[in-house]
Design a protein around this ligand. Structure first.
Ligand SMILES: Cc1cc2nc3c(=O)[nH]c(=O)nc-3n(C[C@H](O)[C@H](O)[C@H](O)COP(=O)(O)O)c2cc1C
Length: 435
């Protein structure tokens, strides 16, 4: 009897040990563990609720930086859930966390883990798309535990509008990742390596964003510019999650005025410099822009049109400054008088009623410094950046209690003529009407 009891004990211990050893095989301590391991029919897995990100929008924008070296440490379900919801999540009011571009959404996100999943924002789940680990092939530039593939539906949007929307998605991924201690960078190649996973015929891959824990942590020092001709931007009480939950698109405004402070926040968010100096990259000191830029070209000009005139945003004269001294930002008058109805003729009628129209114009000559990205067929790369800048403005508007809309420029020639720009050398891409 004693012997039998001893045997039973041994068997139970063996079973327990087997369970512990086999859990990674069962996927329980994999890089992805689904909520209570519920597997829906058709290999669909619910993600847990996203974390609430307390960091203010302004701080998130100032901490945006491209990070490229990641550890092997897995991303938790909660972290992945937070980043995906921020990227292109469904809100409580039925809207998405990014605005519609051209009145539609065309975003598709594939999530590369040990297998390939497609993110379903409608019920915040991952659907198994394909078995097999494609992370190091598709995301060959930077090895990371998760690779996010940003794609768009070609039945719904062309490459330019698809990339504009993905620019909004990319910003949210940068902000959320940074706020929860992860890192990322938008990467894009021609042709896109995303096609290796075998996309449906009506989808196209635009960019890959590795997501991981950082080998060397963020190292930011708060150094606002000592001199600024525009009112200072400070951190608000509005959290990133609140802004993502409440951003609204409007086409009419109560009044026709825009305060200098609001104007300063909005224009800064589009393309300004961070107030942080970044020393994360082995001694090099950088001051990041509020958006990323392919090859760091930063080829855009930003204009602000109010009832008083049209002004060019000079976002800084230098960017290498340890002490924050030489970066001076200001608005340069280009045309005096109310020109908003001219901008409306080139875009949409309601633009003329907005207290502020921000015009995002590509300076084509600045897109070919050492790798020529100036060709019309490459314009989608720049639409990504324009979309990122425009999205920042809408988020910043939300934080200031304002709202707006992103409108593509139909009549580019008229906008060039208004801004006295050579239409062969400049491409006005988007207008953000806000108030
Ligand atoms: C459309 C686009 C494509 C990019 N492609 C790559 C890329 O393939 N590889 C890379 O390391 N960085 C890429 N970047 C990131 C830029 O190099 C980076 O934004 C720029 O150097 C500025 O640095 P920051 O984002 O840290 O401020 C890309 C950025 C954009 C907007």
């Amino acid at each position: 009897m004693k012997r039998n009891k001893f045997c039973m004990k041994k068997i139970i211990i063996c079973i327990l040990l087997c369970c512990i050893i086999s859990t990674p095989v069962l996927g329980i301590s994999n890089s992805l563990t689904f909520q209570e391991n519920i597997s829906l029919p058709g290999n669909e897995y619910y993600l847990p609720s996203p974390q609430f990100i307390e960091m203010s929008l302004e701080e998130s924008i100032m901490r945006r930086a491209s990070m490229r070296n990641f550890t092997d440490e897995p991303i938790t379900d909660e972290e992945l859930s937070t980043v995906l919801w921020s990227a292109f999540g469904l809100r409580n009011d039925g809207k998405m966390t990014i605005p519609e571009i051209n009145n539609t959404h065309a975003v598709v996100i594939y999530v590369l883990l040990e297998d390939v999943y497609r993110y379903n924002p409608m019920n915040h789940s991952l659907i198994l798309y394909k078995e097999g680990d494609y992370r190091d092939i598709v995301g060959w530039q930077y090895s990371a535990p998760v690779q996010l593939c940003l794609c768009w539906n070609t039945d719904i949007a062309d490459a330019n509008f698809g990339s504009t929307e993905l620019g909004c998605v990319g910003q949210n991924i940068y902000f959320a990742a940074n706020a929860i201690g992860l890192g990322t960078v938008i990467t894009a190649e021609i042709p896109s390596p995303i096609s290796i996973i075998g996309l449906p015929e009506n989808e196209s891959g635009m960019g890959v964003m590795p997501l991981g824990h950082l080998e060397i942590d963020y190292n930011f020092k708060y150094r606002p510019m000592l001199f600024s001709l525009l009112p200072r931007v400070s951190f608000s009480d509005t959290s990133l999650t609140t802004v993502l939950e409440t951003r609204d698109e409007v086409k009419s405004w109560d009044n026709n005025t825009m305060s200098r402070v609001d104007l300063s926040y909005l224009i800064w968010s589009s393309y300004g410099y961070s107030y942080y100096l970044d020393e994360s990259n082995s001694g090099a000191v950088e001051r990041h822009h509020t958006v990323p830029s392919a090859h760091g070209y930063y080829p855009f000009r930003i204009y602000a049109a109010t009832k008083f005139g049209v002004f060019r945003y000079i976002y800084g004269l230098y960017n290498i400054d340890r002490w924050g001294l030489p970066v001076v930002s200001f608005l340069l008058a280009v045309k005096l008088g109310d020109k908003r109805s001219d901008i409306a003729l080139a875009t949409e009628q309601f633009v003329s009623d907005a207290p502020l129209d921000i015009i995002i114009v590509l300076d084509i000559d600045k897109t070919n410094k050492w790798d020529d990205l100036s060709n019309e067929s490459m314009r989608w790369i720049w639409y990504y950046e324009a979309g990122a800048a425009a999205h920042n403005v809408l988020l910043q508007a939300t934080s200031r209690g304002l709202a707006g809309n992103i409108i593509p420029v139909n009549d580019k020639e008229s906008i060039c003529s208004l801004l006295s720009l050579n239409k062969e050398k400049f491409d006005p891409m988007l207008v953000v009407a806000v108030g």
